[in-house]
Design a protein around this ligand. Sequence first.
Ligand SMILES: [Zn+2]
Length: 182
Amino acid sequence: MEGPGRHAVVTSQNEAGRVLQIEPHAVAKLKATAVLATPPNRTGVYAPSLETAISVLFTTIAADDVAVHLGKFGPDQNHHYGRAYAGWHQEKSLALPVAQRRDCWRGAWNDMSLDTGLSFVGHTAVATVSGFIVDVASVTGASICPCGCVGVVFDLQDPSPEATARYRGRRLAVPPRGKKWT
Ligand SMILES: [Zn+2]
């Protein structure tokens, strides 16, 4: 097997954006989170990775479900609800224990009211990067972050088979820029 080594074909970021029909900033986010694989110099995108992304089918977010939109993985300087890291990285996140992986994205949503958060209990939360769904979970509770911020934090469990079928390995239309959840 030939992995993404020095012989792999590289596609430009502009071309990646064109074929995925997303803006350059959304391609950059996919690269920063390793959802799209990049050469060591981070110029362009490995063509096999882009081919995989192109093949991802669209889905839509169901009424009462929530999509949260993630940026790159890194230490959580605020230590919301005691978590060490926030955001997403395709390899680093999937290497974490499930609970810690979900800690990276289950809060603290400071532009969401607690009532809104509670409305998602019993429904599904998906984590996305530039619309690409990277994780799926069932919302079993919502509360205000104990760190003293006003952010909403979800309690998450494994998703239902129906939610997995609908969302896993799919993508959503890219959310409006700046929206943390939709
Ligand atoms: Zn907090």
